[in-house]
Design a protein around this ligand. Structure first.
Ligand code: ADP
Length: 261
C-alpha cells in the first residue's frame, strides 16, 4: 500500500521467496559478484537451516555460472518454470545458463527487460528464506525495473575505498532510497592487501573511504573484505572461498558480513 501511495508500479513478490537481498555496486569490477556469491554461501554457513538462492541479474556480463561452477540449460517444470541449477546447496539462475558461452550478448533495451522479467518470474525457486540478487553495476533502467517489480528487503552496496568507486556507490545508495528500498549497508572490498610472504599490510585503494561514505549516508559498514589472492583464485576456479577455505580469515570476513545483513 505504501508504494502505491507513492505512485510506484505494483510490486509482486517472487513465489516462494521470503526475503530478497540485492547486492549492488556503482560501477563494475569492484567485486560485487564475488561478494554476492560469498554472502549467499555465508548466509547458509551461518545458519544451515536457512535456504538461500542466487539470482544473477547482470544480464550483460553474467558471472554466477563461473563463480558457482555451473553450466547447462535449466530444465522446465510441468508449469513451464525454469528449474535453477544447484551447487554448494545454493539454487542459482543466470542468463549465462540460457545463452551460448562465448556469444557476446548484444541486447536491445526491450530484450533486456524481457530477460529480466523471465529471470524474476519464470523460475521455480521452491521455498527460500533469502534470494540474493547479483545486480548489474550502476544505476540504470534494469536496476530501476527490478526494484519496482519485486519487494526488496534490503540492498547491500559493494565498493572499494577508492574515491571514484565511492562516488558511484553513493549514486547507487541514492537510487535505492528514491524507490524506498532500505540500504542495509556497505561492504568495503579490497581495502587492505596483506602480502602472503611478509604479512605487511598495504591499503592499496586507501584505508577508510567506505567507512566515511557510510557515515555520510547514515548506513553501516557490514563488512571489510581484504584484497587477497585466495579470493581471486578460488573465484576463478568456481570454488568460492567460503566453501573451499572455510577456516581462512577471508571466509570469516564474508561470514561476518553475512551475519550483519
Ligand atoms: P564485479 O561483479 O563488481 O564486476 P567481480 O566480483 O567480478 O566484480 O570481481 C572482479 C575481479 O576481482 C575478479 O577477478 C575477482 O576474482 C576479483 N576480486 C573481487 N574481490 C576480490 C578480493 N577481495 N580479493 C581479490 N580479488 C578479488
Amino acid at each position: 500500500r505504501q508504494h502505491m501511495a507513492r505512485g510506484l508500479p505494483k510490486q509482486k513478490p517472487i513465489t516462494g521467496v521470503k526475503q530478497v537481498i540485492v547486492v549492488a555496486s556503482g560501477k563494475g569490477g569492484v567485486g560485487k559478484s564475488t561478494t554476492a556469491v560469498n554472502l549467499a554461501l555465508g548466509l547458509t554457513a551461518n545458519d544451515p537451516s536457512k535456504s538461500v538462492g542466487l539470482l544473477d541479474a547482470d544480464v550483460y556480463g553474467p558471472s554466477i555460472p563461473k563463480l558457482m561452477n555451473l553450466k547447462g540449460n535449466p530444465e522446465l517444470t510441468d508449469n513451464n518454470l525454469m528449474r535453477p541449477l544447484v551447487n554448494f546447496g545454493i539454487p542459482c539462475m543466470s542468463m549465462g545458463f540460457l545463452v551460448e558461452d562465448v556469444a557476446p550478448i548484444v541486447w536491445r533495451g526491450l530484450m533486456v527487460m524481457s530477460a529480466i522479467e523471465k529471470l524474476l518470474r519464470q523460475v521455480d525457486w521452491g521455498l527460500l528464506d533469502y534470494l540474493v540478487i547479483d545486480m548489474p553495476p550502476g544505476t540504470g533502467d534494469v536496476q530501476l525495473s527490478i526494484t519496482q517489480n519485486i519487494p526488496i528487503a534490503g540492498a547491500v552496496i559493494v565498493s572499494t575505498p577508492q574515491d571514484i568507486a565511492l562516488l558511484d556507490a553513493r549514486r547507487g545508495a541514492e537510487m535505492f532510497r528514491k524507490v524506498n528500498v532500505p540500504v542495509l549497508g556497505l561492504i568495503q572490498n579490497m581495502s587492505v592487501f596483506q602480502c602472503p610472504q611478509c604479512n605487511h599490510q598495504t591499503h592499496i585503494f586507501g584505508a577508510d573511504g567506505a567507512r566515511e561514505l557510510a557515515q555520510t549516508l547514515g548506513v553501516e559498514v557490514l563488512g571489510d573484505i581484504p584484497l587477497h589472492l585466495k579470493i581471486r583464485e578460488t573465484s576463478d576456479k568456481g570454488q568460492p572461498v567460503v566453501v573451499s577455505s572455510p577456516d581462512s580469515p577471508e571466509a570469516e570476513a564474508y561470514r561476518k558480513a553475512a551475519s550483519a545483513v
